[in-house]
Design a protein around this ligand. Sequence first.
Ligand SMILES: N[C@@H](CCC(=O)N[C@@H](CS)C(=O)NCC(=O)O)C(=O)O
Length: 201
Amino acid sequence: MKLYFNAFSPNARRARIAATEFGVNVTITDVDFAKGENRGPGYLAKNPMGKVPVLEEDDGWMLWESPAILCYWANKHPEKNLLPKQPREYADVMRWMFWYAAHLDSALYGLAVEKVIKPMQKLPTNDARVAAYTEEWNRFAPILNAHLEGKTYVAADTFTIADLHLAPGIDVAPMVGLDLKPYTHLGAWLSRVQARPSWKR
Ligand SMILES: N[C@@H](CCC(=O)N[C@@H](CS)C(=O)NCC(=O)O)C(=O)O
């Protein structure tokens, strides 16, 4: 199976780290944004959004949206215990994955676009957008930090796909000028996830 990937993408890195956690053998296919490879008809047929990651199974079946890829592998590999079956624990994992997608992902992605990607493309940064995304971060990051006090992992008291979903996104925060130092519990959790062999690989 193939994973369409770009090393700059936290969403793609999430799927790649997850592949290691699940012991899934994926062939990494780099998608070069600078060459517009993600906007050509061949790639758009795989993912109409022109985004990475995309998982392509050997029979041609495609899956885009990195959290869906995590859920797919979790269901295919229940022996890895990365998605609890017990309804409340399962719901807790889903709660934090949806929460991140709704409240922090767009802020972090937006800041990366404004503060990293646009300057690379010699386009002007939109200061109003930076202020709005920063406000979102300032509102919601403290909630995750407080939640993590006294906890090892985000949900269900075990390492799950919720940790795999949140960590590669939050890892971007310092790169877009957000200081993690005040968020000590968040920082400690992130370091724990980053210490895993899958992350290092
Ligand atoms: N919600 C999607 C987001 C995917 C996404 O935004 N990927 C970005 C890289 S981080 C991308 O491919 N951007 C290329 C573009 O927008 O042209 C997921 O989790 O897979």
